[in-house]
Design a binder for this molecule. Structure first.
Ligand SMILES: NC(=O)c1ccc[n+]([C@@H]2O[C@H](COP(=O)([O-])OP(=O)(O)OC[C@H]3O[C@@H](n4cnc5c(N)ncnc54)[C@H](OP(=O)(O)O)[C@@H]3O)[C@@H](O)[C@H]2O)c1
Length: 245
């Protein structure tokens, strides 16, 4: 049985979507959860959906170093951290500029590097802690218009692997997950431009259909738990069979 009893877990980007579902699932398995994001109202909604007591929320803009420092100053040592917050920007390479590159990388990559480094330096990761980085199947593909998103998510996988090596002596594990399309606000935003017919056709590329946030949360629960204690440096695809073809 998977249990997260007595574990203190931090989830970034938990105001909605996959992060919210991860926080809910972790609380159901007995964890005490700290959730962060920018939208206070949505964070409160997530808190109201958690099982058990003692959970915390903090308004944090991860692209702002001072906000990350504030989070660190309020933190107790964690047994698990889910680096889930992310943004997507669809733009052909010829339209990219420095500010657009920085906007995506600062949330999807830089913030995760800064946060994990500060957690390590301040000794805020307990022995045998589990770090989980939410990457994307985009990191393995070459879909037009996704250059910065895909590159930031690929960078995250490499970062997670190096951390896995550096933190193994303390028994701390680091793994990344590459979801295919999961039904959330992020994918709704991407689908705005497509017709109903195009959307149905696109989902047929997924042998098991599009995913739900709970599909990703289930895998995260395994990685957070001691059942995955021999697993580190892995990069796991969860995509309903999309990449079988
Ligand atoms: N949905 C998919 O199909 C899919 C597929 C592969 C990978 N992913 C990845 O899975 C993760 C979650 O995606 P989702 O679909 O659940 O997206 P979502 O519904 O758009 O949620 C994104 C979360 O990230 C937070 N966030 C964004 N910018 C932030 C910032 N500057 N500071 C703090 N928090 C920030 C948002 O919170 P606030 O708005 O409150 O700040 C929100 O809680 C992302 O990393 C995404 O790239 C998603």
């Amino acid at each position: 049985m998977i249990t997260l009893q007595d574990k203190n877990i931090l989830v970034t980007g938990a105001s909605q979507g996959i992060g919210r579902e991860i926080a809910i699932s972790a609380s159901k398995l007995g964890a005490t959860v700290t959730i962060v994001g920018r939208n206070v109202k949505k964070l409160q909604e997530t808190i109201s959906l958690l099982s058990g007591n003692g959970h915390k929320m903090q308004a944090v803009d991860l692209s702002n170093a001072a906000d990350i420092d504030e989070l660190i100053s309020q933190s107790l040592p964690y047994d698990g951290v889910i680096f889930n917050a992310g943004i997507v920007e669809y733009l052909p390479v010829k339209f990219l500029n420095e500010s657009k590159i920085n906007a995506v990388f600062s949330v999807n990559f830089d913030s995760n590097v800064v946060l994990s480094q500060k957690l390590i330096k301040k000794k805020l990761l307990n022995k045998k802690a589990s770090l989980v980085f939410i990457s994307s199947i985009s990191s393995k593909l070459g879909v037009g218009g996704t250059a910065m998103y895909a590159a930031s998510k690929a960078a995250l996988i490499s970062f997670s692997k190096v951390l896995a090596t550096e933190l193994a002596p303390q028994g701390i594990r680091s793994n990344s997950i590459c979801p295919g399309i999961v039904k959330t606000a992020m994918t709704e935003q991407a689908n705005d431009a497509a017709s109903e017919e195009e959307l149905k056709k696109a989902e047929l590329e997924y042998p098991l259909g599009y995913g739900e946030p709970s599909d990703v949360a289930g895998l995260v629960m395994y990685l957070l738990s001691d059942m995955s204690k021999w697993m580190t440096g892995s990069d796991l695809i969860i995509d309903g069979g999309f990449t079988l073809k």
